[in-house]
Design a protein around this ligand. Structure first.
Ligand SMILES: Nc1ncnc2c1ncn2[C@@H]1O[C@H](COP(=O)(O)OP(=O)(O)OP(=O)(O)O)[C@@H](O)[C@H]1O
Ligand SMILES: [Mg+2]
Length: 398
């Protein structure tokens, strides 16, 4: 039959799968063994920031999944910073590695198959700087919730349906403040619920998640996330499950709370409207890599990577009538078998002869605006070209 007769490039025999999984086990066992050592000295994970004004620095981070059909390079050399007190928006197509980047920062990537195999994630608590990649689990547990917290996309799955709201928020406060009395914990929970705009906070304290609306549930999740005044809030599509009016309220709330407790936000979303409203800086990801980053005004006024340009064109503009919204042709390459040239080349309407080369290096268009694209390789502002390493696979450091 034609279906089976032709050799299929995507087909992997059982024998091959067995070989791959054996090899994977060898790699992941070694990493896990190193991670599970007892009494890891601080010198292995305490480090210094490149710029102490930042709360997080992702530096050439590689997070892979070692699966039976091959290695998924979900995050493949990502570098960007989150300055203190600022909101950094991360955008990109589904599957480009946004969530895996944030999970790497929380050390919540599904182990043992998922591992950060290269690079540093530096997190600044104010007193100490942790390289999250090497930080032992016991230390990580102190950072999660206290210094780093996460708000997930689906509030219904993030909350436990069989516990009352009060119990769920109390638990977090208690865990991080073991000296507080029961009354103090409850008072703090009610204060948090009020802070996130729940009017009937005493009543909600006794309710179960199913008794609340979607917007209220997300507010509870935000209250849980903020219970310990974290230095960084990671919000992974926090408003996707909500309708537009509630979305605006929740975004406003997050912005106000961020300023009140003086933290930073890493905001992951598909929605450029949300980014425009919230972000100070924008990071555009494509197939596990950062293809462009800059201040929000640079990205919106002067989108430079063809993928960013496509993203901007595919969003509707009020008052502008179009027959059909633009969509970027083609699809993302297979993450197991990435090409050795620009990952966007085969979908790019602006590709040129130079694009036949290896993956483009990082080109600085301004001190804050960087893009990985050959179209800018010989721009006249040669001063900014000092950092270009063509063919280095987009790495920003040597
Ligand atoms: N546990 C896992 N095992 C294997 N592959 C995984 C796992 N989790 C994620 N991946 C792969 O990693 C890549 C990046 O996934 P990720 O969830 O970060 O995408 P995303 O950018 O957050 O997408 P979305 O916008 O849909 O949430 C995808 O190719 C995905 O299939
Ligand atoms: Mg995601």
């Amino acid at each position: 039959m034609a279906l089976f007769g032709k050799k299929n490039a995507n087909y992997i025999s059982a024998k091959e799968t067995k070989r791959i999984s054996k090899e994977n086990r060898k790699i992941t066992n070694e990493i896990e063994k190193k991670r599970n050592r007892k009494n890891i000295p601080e010198s292995e994970y305490i480090t210094t920031m490149k710029n102490p004004e930042n709360v997080v620095e992702f530096d050439n981070v590689h997070t892979y999944f070692f699966t039976d059909i091959g290695t998924v390079k979900a995050v493949d050399g990502v570098s960007f910073e989150i300055p203190q007190g600022k909101t950094v928006g991360v955008v990109g197509e589904s599957g480009c590695g946004k969530s895996v980047t944030s999970l790497s920062l929380m050390q919540l990537v599904q182990r043992p198959q998922g591992q950060t195999v290269e690079g540093e994630i530096r997190f600044n608590t104010g007193d100490k700087v942790y390289n999250i990649v090497n930080t032992p689990t016991s230390e990580m547990q102190k950072l999660r919730g206290n210094e780093l917290s996460m708000i997930f996309q689906e509030p219904m799955t993030a909350l436990n349906p069989v516990f009352r709201i009060g119990e769920q928020v109390d638990e977090i406060t208690k865990l991080h403040n073991p000296d507080m009395s029961k009354e103090q914990v409850k008072a703090r929970t009610i204060e948090m619920l009020k802070l996130v705009g729940i009017a009937n906070s005493e009543g909600v304290y006794k309710m179960y998640p199913h008794e609340l609306s979607g917007g209220m549930r997300q507010r509870v999740c935000i209250a849980i996330g903020l219970a310990c005044n974290p230095r960084l809030i990671i919000a992974d599509e926090p408003t996707t499950a909500l309708d537009v009016t509630i979305q605006a309220q929740i975004l406003d709330l997050m912005r106000n709370l961020k300023d009140k407790i003086n933290s930073s936000i890493m905001l992951i979303t598909h929605d450029l409207g949300v980014i425009a409203e919230m972000a100070d800086y924008v990071v555009v990801m494509y197939a596990g890599r950062v293809v462009e980053k800059g201040t929000a005004s640079e990205i919106f006024k002067n989108p430079s990577h063809p993928y960013t340009i496509g993203l901007m064109r595919s969003k509707p503009v009020v008052g502008k009538k179009v027959d059909k919204l633009y969509s970027i042709p083609g699809k993302v390459p297979n993450p197991i078998d990435m090409p050795d040239y620009c990952y966007f080349r085969d979908r790019c309407e602006l590709s040129c002869d130079k694009c036949q080369g290896s993956y483009p290096g990082v080109i600085k268009l301004s001190p804050t605006h960087e893009v990985s694209c050959y179209r800018y390789a010989d721009r006249p502002e040669a001063g900014w070209l000092a950092n270009v390493h063509p063919g280095e696979g987009g790495k920003t450091h040597e």
